[in-house]
Design a protein. Structure first.
Length: 283
């Protein structure tokens, strides 16, 4: 019968032990580095809170060309939920909006669903005159999606922008709801472009008369800014409900044991950021 030298076994086991221990330490260090990186990233995100304007700027030199240099060094306001930078301005007869999206995923949502700009002249945070842009032609998008890999453009974003045929409007004075031409007679302009920093930039202008106002009024107006899209929200969560929607146990519950309402998901439109501000007077 073969006999193993105990010293050799102990040495072998010791090497295995130290090897396993070293690997364990290496894994711990790796996990710590990953955790530290994620924590630092989360702290960085947490510091980027929404910044909202306290006033609208009066600007008479805005050009709707997708180049945001006439808005200053950078757009000063930030909607953290969509990582969206923006600014508002007006002159004697127009309201201007600019938006900027550096994040690639949000860029693709904006390119497919459009930016939304709404003005409620009564100062209420509800529906008003709205401009949606860009909204690419769906047939063109389908044709783009079916192309072979070698036929697809290097920058798909520019091809999507090339599939935009008009501006969608709703609730404007003397304009029928729906698509209008990019070059229209209503004074409404919108444009989106990719700048040299790989950022998606958007600008739009609405004349006062399309909002049913004809002078710079002192009253507050409500503005909504966002990237269009659907968000899912959780409802229910086990709250006791009867068939009339009130809490409590008993007969008549629609589903679930003892009238408990199960958690479920509901779709709703992205609410965006609401601002209530008066228009700026000439300086």
């Amino acid at each position: 019968m073969l006999q193993l030298n105990p010293l050799i076994v102990m040495k072998s086991n010791g090497c295995l032990y130290w090897k396993q221990m070293r690997q364990g330490i290496q894994r711990m260090v790796m996990y710590w580095l990953i955790f530290s990186a994620l924590t630092a990233h989360a702290q960085h995100i947490d510091k980027r809170k929404s910044v909202e304007p306290t006033k609208i700027d009066f600007k008479s030199t805005i050009q709707i060309d997708g180049k945001l240099s006439d808005w200053g060094d950078s757009l000063p306001y930030y909607f953290d939920k969509q990582e969206l930078k923006y600014a508002l301005a007006n002159d004697e007869g127009h309201i201007y909006v600019a938006m900027q999206v550096p994040d690639g995923a949000w860029q693709m949502q904006a390119l497919h669903q459009g930016f939304s700009f709404t003005v409620n002249t009564d100062g209420k945070k509800k529906e008003g005159a709205s401009v949606y842009f860009p909204l690419p032609d769906r047939e063109s998008l389908r044709a783009l999606a079916t192309k072979d890999k070698e036929e697809k453009p290097a920058d798909i974003r520019k091809s999507i922008l090339g599939a935009v045929r008009g501006i969608y409007v709703k609730g404007l004075t003397d304009v029928v709801d729906g698509f209008i031409s990019l070059e229209n007679n209503y004074g409404i302009r919108a444009i989106a472009a990719i700048d040299s920093n790989n950022t998606l930039c958007y600008e739009a202008v609405i004349p006062f008369e399309r909002l049913g106002i004809y002078t710079i009024e002192a009253k507050d107006m409500a503005f909504n800014i966002k990237i269009n899209g659907i968000v899912m929200r959780t409802v229910g969560g086990g709250r006791a409900m009867n068939r009339y929607g009130y809490g409590g146990y008993g007969y008549g519950y629609p589903y679930g044991a003892y009238g408990m309402q199960p958690t479920r998901k509901e779709a709703q439109q992205e609410p965006g950021v609401w601002l209530v501000l008066p228009l700026a007077k000439p300086k």
